[in-house]
Design a protein around this ligand. Structure first.
Ligand SMILES: [Fe+2]
Length: 189
């Protein structure tokens, strides 16, 4: 189950409805998504896309997305650190960032133009849409594992534009649970 935290307000939001409502007020779509089939851990990208074709097609029709692919990241994925470094500092895209999490977990931080930064930990069964232009960054959790379906309006629009704000450095890039320790005010950028 997803968790939302607002570190500056020392606030945690749990429960799918409460999270979806909090995010909807900030123009971010979130829903729990029940896969149509249970797939083995080594299922190919094509098998995943085929198994979830109904959901993918519905999202395409809603959001104007034209292509879908599967990102599959494991701790031993070659070039993983370089890949993560592209997305773990504050950036935006010229199109929506849509993810259906199939396996593993990840942590989005969202930086609204007029509000406190909040973090969303997503896991298998979570669907999230971060609208184009939204300032955000992304980290894997400690297990460095995520497999997710991505939807694109135009892949060229998904290049990250970096804000260079340094705001991301004021927040712990760790997922929630026992290891989560909020940054002290003196550590914030
Ligand atoms: Fe992004």
């Amino acid at each position: 189950m997803a968790i939302v935290k607002i570190p500056d307000e020392n606030k945690t939001i749990r429960g799918d409805e409460a999270i979806a409502s909090f995010l909807a007020e900030r123009d971010i779509d979130f829903e729990r998504w029940t896969p149509a089939a249970s797939l083995p851990g080594d299922a190919t990208a094509d098998a995943i896309l085929a198994a979830y074709a109904t959901k993918i097609d519905a999202l395409k029709a809603l959001g104007g997305y034209i292509t879908a692919d599967v990102i599959d990241v494991k701790p031993d994925t070659p070039g993983l650190d370089a890949m993560l470094a592209r997305f773990n500092s504050e950036h935006w895209h010229d199109e929506d960032e849509v993810r259906l999490i199939v396996e593993g977990r990840g942590l989005f931080h969202i930086h609204p133009r007029d509000g406190a930064v909040f973090a969303i930990e997503v896991e298998a069964g979570d669907l999230i849409r971060v609208p184009k232009g939204t300032h955000h960054w992304f980290d894997l959790c400690g297990d460095r594992r995520i497999r997710a379906i991505r939807l694109f309006q135009d892949k060229s629009g998904w290049t990250p534009h970096y804000t260079q704000s340094g705001v991301d450095r004021g927040f712990q890039p760790v997922c929630f649970g026992p290891a989560y320790i909020p940054a002290s005010p003196s550590q914030r950028a």
